[in-house]
Design a protein around this ligand. Structure first.
Ligand SMILES: [Zn+2]
Ligand SMILES: [Zn+2]
Length: 251
């Protein structure tokens, strides 16, 4: 291991009762990134250049708007928009050219898959502008480091495998990431133990959740009205999390 490994956030997340400890970490990382981009980064010229180049995705623009620091967001959005106008102007010409090319096509080329083909690049460029996101990039890097740390801890920290095995597994997204990263850093028996344990708890907890959400639906039957909710009251929220999207709002 070359770099410093910060295990404390992983211990903290794994000690909480949740459907995916990595999603808990992701929420924290996202919140601190929102703070960073609205505060500190506004005064850092190198970061502003990066923001101007890449911008943010729709979800992260919305999170920053909701966070409420309008001046920070305004300063950043202003220079980003100025920079985006250059790309947008180039694209505007391409859109006009595409329309002219399309309009001038002979009738047999205006049909089938050829129809509107000239607009592909223009639309692609605009989609790229919306989907490139500096915050997504930073969060992804941090989360990859955390996922690596989970695997490192499984191998090196004596108490961690037990806590890991007692957890409720991960959401689908993080389960897939764990399976992708594990064979790069583990091998032999440890790899087998890690994947077997993770897969066991994943199956067991999907099964449990399936039962809990079924009981949630059954509770709407008047015959079950007076029966106890058990663990099902917030089952929808936890299923949505398990399937890959953490629901932040409290019920
Ligand atoms: Zn997750
Ligand atoms: Zn984003």
């Amino acid at each position: 291991m070359k770099q410093h490994i910060d295990t404390a956030p992983i211990w903290e997340s794994y000690r909480q009762d949740c459907e995916c400890p990595l999603c808990l970490l992701n929420a924290k990382v996202e919140a601190s990134n929102v703070d960073y981009f609205l505060g500190e980064s506004v005064m850092e010229p190198s970061q502003r250049i990066e923001v101007n180049k890449k911008g943010f995705c729709a979800d992260h623009f919305k999170l920053m708007y909701v966070a409420g620091n309008r001046l920070g967001l305004a300063l950043m959005t202003h220079t980003y928009m100025k920079e985006s106008m250059k790309a947008l102007k180039e694209n505007a010409q391409k859109a006009r050219d595409a329309a002219a090319a399309e309009a001038g096509k002979p009738i047999f080329k205006r049909l089938g898959s050829q129809k509107g083909a000239a607009f592909g690049d223009v639309v692609g460029e605009l989609e790229k502008m919306q989907n490139t996101c500096l915050m997504c990039e930073r969060i992804r890097e941090t989360m990859e480091r955390y996922m690596y740390t989970v695997i490192y801890m499984y191998k090196h920290e004596a108490e961690f495998p037990k806590l890991f095995a007692e957890s409720k597994g991960m959401c689908l997204k993080h389960y897939a990431q764990a399976l992708e990263i594990a064979p790069k850093h583990l091998s032999g028996d440890v790899l087998k133990r890690f994947v077997d344990t993770l897969t066991d708890i994943e199956m067991k907890n999907f099964d449990r959740l399936e039962g809990e959400i079924e009981w949630f639906t059954n509770k709407f039957d008047y015959r079950n009205q007076d029966k106890p909710w058990g663990n099902s009251r917030d089952a929808v929220k936890r299923c949505v999390n398990k399937l890959g999207h953490q629901v932040v709002d409290e019920d």
